[in-house]
Design a protein around this ligand. Structure first.
Ligand SMILES: [Zn+2]
Length: 475
């Protein structure tokens, strides 16, 4: 279809584009999407036993495929004297080794399923916000359609339906120009989405953003937490409002508690956070009760503590290790994501039986290395941000290049001198951090984002290995 469209004259293409836009989203995404979406509507109410049985069936299918068609996994099984039928439950799965980012880099072609032709592959990369970017392949059409079905189900939980007005503040670069200047926003008629540029959120432009959002009257606002955080502060400082939003959809960055609080307060709505990875093998999303659910139809998610065992006690922190069901072109089995989760055994009042997480703690790179060479999670350490007066400080970022030393970069408000801001920030953070780190303040004009427009709270230049230090999680 796409190659036919490519060769048509422009006016016809334009006509087709709009005709295509008239097609309801479920049809546009195709059969895989529709079938998965319908399945997920039902499976969300399954019992834990039924969900686990489903996972084991999917795991068997995936491992048989990997053994038959993926050279890397054939080798992994043979080296251990195993066959796929030896893996019959979650305990058996632990007989297989972790897949690390380094292994993926070194075995990229051996990880490809040989029964998939090149034309069915789509190359993708991680953002590279935590170390080197990682390249890998998806199954074209299939992996994405599956992904959208899971995304839409959560958006439905949030009360957001197909075709309703949505504003997004993610990493998108606006493609439209006016008088040689890139525009600040762009309306996508096909999907009824207003894209705002996250790269131009100056005070002056934010007044325009609020104006255009209120005129558009979205029911949902979707964005990286960092972008929405800036917008939320702007609204608060200027006593402005955005009306009628039913839900806030966040993803792609860790959402910190202090961010959630001000975003929900300023946008007068609830956040539905979504944790997933570019590699498409882990999915944890918030339901109507604001609780993180591990989505079992998406894959198998293990949480591995620093002792190498699955976490099982309340508040235990573990690294998320994921086996995804939606990419047969390059299966990832027991993939170490580098992200950390906090275990809870509670049940959710929404009635769904998925295992829960208390929160996603952030990536293992989001730790500070102290003077004593221990690791301290950034999350609690930066609770001080909560007390920051945002009339003085506009943006903040921590950079660590040496053990026990932390640089705090600040974009300040022009009404205050550098000296005033330095003293203010030092006083605030020394209360929490002076015991473990020496602090240095740098006043800067801008805090650069990553290539994908993501904003990093901590740039950790030191090698941080979560598993190497058992005491690392004692904050
Ligand atoms: Zn729930």
């Amino acid at each position: 279809m796409r190659s036919v469209v490519k060769n048509l004259p422009y006016p016809i293409k334009l006509g087709l584009k709009y005709a295509y836009g008239m097609i309801p989203l479920p049809i546009r995404y195709g059969k895989v999407f529709r079938d998965t979406y319908a399945f997920l509507q039902e499976s969300q109410w399954w019992s834990r036993e039924k969900l686990e049985e489903y996972q084991i069936r999917q795991l068997n299918k995936l491992l048989h495929h990997a053994y038959e068609n993926v050279p890397y996994y054939r080798r992994v099984f043979e080296e251990r004297g195993l066959r796929p039928e030896n893996i019959q439950d979650f305990d058996d799965l632990r007989k297989l080794p972790y897949l690390t980012k380094d292994i993926v880099r070194e075995n990229l072609s051996d990880l490809l399923a040989q029964n998939y032709s090149k034309s069915k592959l789509r190359y993708a990369t991680t953002g590279g916000t935590t170390g080197m970017p990682l390249g890998f392949y998806w199954e074209k059409g299939f992996t994405d359609s599956k992904e959208w079905a899971f995304v839409w189900r959560q958006w439905n939980w949030a009360g957001y339906r197909f075709g309703k007005r949505r504003v997004t503040l993610r990493g998108d670069v606006i493609s439209k120009f006016k008088r040689g200047q890139r525009k600040l926003w762009e309306y996508d008629r096909l999907n009824n989405v207003l894209f705002l540029s996250p790269y131009d959120m100056t005070e002056e432009n934010l007044f325009k953003y609020v104006g255009v959002i209120n005129k558009f009257r979205p029911v949902a606002i979707q964005g990286y937490p960092s972008n929405l955080y800036i917008l939320a502060h702007f609204l608060k400082n200027n006593n402005l409002r955005i009306d009628q939003i039913k839900c806030i959809l966040t993803s792609s960055e860790i959402l910190y508690a202090h961010q959630r609080e001000i975003i929900e307060e300023s946008l007068t709505s609830r956040i539905y956070d979504h944790y997933g990875n570019s590699e498409r093998n882990a999915l944890v999303v918030e339901c109507e009760e604001g609780i993180y659910h591990i989505i079992q139809e998406y894959g198998i998610l293990e949480s591995i503590g620093s002792d190498g065992n699955s976490t099982s006690k309340e508040d235990d922190i573990g690294e998320i290790v994921a086996t995804g069901f939606n990419n047969y072109a390059m299966p990832f089995v027991r993939y170490k994501t580098g992200d950390l989760a906090v275990y809870t055994k509670h049940k959710c009042a929404c009635g769904r039986n998925y295992p829960l997480l208390k929160r996603i703690e952030g990536r293992s790179q989001e730790f500070i290395v102290t003077k004593q060479a221990s690791l301290v999670s950034l999350g609690p350490a930066i609770f001080g941000i909560h007390d920051l007066e945002w009339t003085r400080v506009r943006q903040i970022q921590f950079v660590q290049e040496q053990k026990g030393k932390l640089i705090i970069k600040i974009v300040k408000n022009d009404n205050y001198s550098d000296q005033e801001i330095k003293e203010y920030v030092l006083k605030l953070f020394n209360i929490r951090l002076s015991r473990i780190c020496d602090l240095f303040i740098e006043i800067v004009d801008d805090i650069p984002r990553t290539k994908r427009g993501k904003y990093r709270v901590l740039i950790q230049e030191l090698p941080v290995e979560f598993e190497s230090n058992e005491s690392s999680l004692q904050v």
